[in-house]
Design a protein around this ligand. Structure first.
Ligand code: 5GP
Length: 205
């Protein structure tokens, strides 16, 4: 998506070979106009997939997921990050390790908000190693619903997430694909460039 790539070039800050900061329009301050365009682009891309719900993971996925759900005219659901297992309740939970923080959390969804007939689109801000998206896919599969697409704003194509999701049979569309990052360097891949194998994290440091 041209608009997003231009904005990343202008305002994104590559801190290392692995981390891109986009705090000024996605992760801290949120640019509502670009979120609106992001939502329209996802809705257009996924409009023929019979989507009944848009899911995201708190917190940075919420703004683009909300706009996508608005343009698809379906409900939006937030998968919550809990510190611990919820016992005695009707919930789906799965453990995730956070890429940026190195911490773990329990991705959580109350069972009332998903039905086996749902066709779910998952939206998230970044795809790195695919931990969060694979976790969401486990929850959706456990409920009996179907994950029919994954929409990502920024895919770091040199990490493993895209390959993991595709190997698991999921359809992924990323609005901006980054082939290489380095201090002050951001290189994009084209939308239809082949999926990269994913570099070992130790080799990037
Ligand atoms: P994954 O679960 O794919 O390993 O990592 C994806 C999650 O980690 C995203 O939801 C995002 O919050 C965070 N993340 C991963 N890489 C980056 C990055 O380079 N910059 C920022 N701001 N967040 C990232």
């Amino acid at each position: 998506m041209r608009l997003l790539k231009e904005r990343i070039k202008k305002d994104g800050k590559a801190l290392s070979k692995t981390v891109l900061k986009v705090d000024s329009f996605i992760n801290h301050q949120v640019d509502i106009e670009i979120m609106e365009e992001i939502g329209k682009d996802f809705a257009e891309h996924f409009k023929d997939r019979g989507i009944t719900k848009v899911f995201t993971i708190e917190s940075s996925g919420i703004a683009p997921a909300l706009m996508t759900a608005k343009y698809l005219d379906v409900p939006m659901l937030i998968l919550k990050k809990q510190n611990s297992k919820i016992l005695n309740d009707n919930v789906y939970q799965t453990r995730i390790t956070s890429f940026t923080k190195g911490t773990t959390y329990e991705l959580t969804l109350f069972a009332d908000y998903i039905q086996p007939e749902d066709r779910v689109l998952l939206i998230d801000d970044f795809l790195a190693n695919g931990e969060a998206a694979m976790g969401a896919s486990r929850i959706i599969a456990e409920s009996g619903a179907e994950l029919v697409g994954v929409g990502i704003l920024i895919e770091k194509s040199f990490q493993k997430g895209r390959k993991r999701l595709e190997d698991a049979g999921y359809y992924v569309y990323s609005q901006a694909r980054i082939g290489r990052l380095d201090n002050g360097v951001i290189e994009f891949l084209s939308e239809d460039a082949p999926v990269m194998e994913g570099v070992e994290e130790k080799d990037l440091l």
